[in-house]
Design a protein around this ligand. Structure first.
Ligand SMILES: NC(=O)c1ccc[n+]([C@@H]2O[C@H](COP(=O)([O-])OP(=O)(O)OC[C@H]3O[C@@H](n4cnc5c(N)ncnc54)[C@H](OP(=O)(O)O)[C@@H]3O)[C@@H](O)[C@H]2O)c1
Length: 275
């Protein structure tokens, strides 16, 4: 079983640098997939109310016998629940579905700027953090102006921003901003949902290290300092994706990866997506 290194959040708590994402895992298959991930050594699970599979996550954690404080659970408030009381109610429904009395990280899923409620929503997250039910709070898909508004108008600095980030969308500017403010960068769709796995540069590096393209991409994320949350329902890939701590890309190889930036998103543009 692989031991995954952790990174420090600005709360002082630790987050495993590699976790297991469950977006698009069908609810009836979620407990089995998360159970496999826990067996392989994953200790961080990323779900969301919008994925409709929080119940399966909670069932797998309970069935694993792993103490709750050894598993890091993230979930998120969906766009149409933003606002003060609606977020509180959404959070309590998430806890109920997870069968837990707290989460390790609660995120605003999208800024949804057209709704203009993320500041009010963040203030509710600050209360959930203060009462201990959200051990850490953060955001997802926030761009620099959205983060600046939270820094200007609120008290708690987000612990983490979960953003689309892959070799084809490297987010250098946002990562620099995060580093300046003590915000961790967490990469979603870290494999660009498979779109980068046929790239010749990545294939070349995979051959050089006797690794798979997915392992090279995930290793690149870890060496950038990202938290990374690949998803798979395939047992061999769940095992492959966590087995990335026994090799290292050189500075030259990291520089070759940097050339793959193309600004290509697989998901919506956070500046216009209101869900
Ligand atoms: N905050 C947000 O707005 C947001 C948005 C999207 C995603 N996320 C989070 O990020 C997680 C990961 O993103 P994602 O699921 O979109 O994409 P991803 O992890 O980049 O890619 C998942 C896809 O790649 C395949 N795959 C996984 N490992 C592989 C391997 N070793 N070799 C070849 N193919 C492999 C999977 O197939 P199989 O499953 O069939 O094996 C699946 O089709 C999500 O599950 C979710 O937790 C967050």
């Amino acid at each position: 079983m692989t031991d995954v290194p952790s990174l420090a959040l600005n709360t002082g708590a630790q987050i495993p640098q590699l976790g297991f994402g469950v977006f698009q895992v069908p609810p009836p298959e979620t407990a089995a997939a998360v159970g496999m991930a826990l067996e392989q050594g994953y200790r961080s699970i990323d779900t969301a109310a919008a994925y409709r599979n929080e119940r399966g996550v909670g069932e797998a954690v309970a069935a694993s016998g792993i103490p709750r404080d050894e598993v890091f659970i993230t979930t998120k408030v969906w766009n149409d629940q933003q606002g003060r009381d609606t977020t509180l109610a959404a959070f309590e429904r998430s806890l109920e579905r997870l069968g837990m009395d707290h989460v390790d990280l609660y995120l605003i899923h999208w800024p949804a700027p057209g709704r203009d409620r993320y500041v009010e929503t963040w203030k509710m997250l600050e209360e959930l953090h203060a009462d201990g039910r959200a051990r850490a709070i953060g955001v997802s898909n926030f761009q620099i102006p959205h983060l600046e508004r939270l820094l200007d108008e609120c008290d708690v600095v987000p612990a983490l921003n979960q953003i689309e980030l892959s070799p084809q969308l490297q987010q250098a500017e946002l990562r620099r901003f995060h580093a300046e403010h003590g915000i961790l960068t967490e990469a979603w769709s870290p494999l660009a949902q498979g779109a980068v796995l046929d790239d010749p540069v990545i294939a070349d590096l995979a051959a050089a290290h006797g690794r798979t393209p997915a392992q090279v991409v995930l290793r690149w994320h870890v060496q950038l300092g990202n938290v990374v949350i690949p998803k798979s329902v395939t047992p061999s890939r769940i095992a492959e994706n966590i087995d990335i701590f026994g090799f290292e890309l050189s500075d030259d190889e990291m520089a070759r990866m940097e050339t793959l930036e193309s600004g290509t998103r697989t998901g919506p543009d956070p500046d216009v997506f209101n869900g």
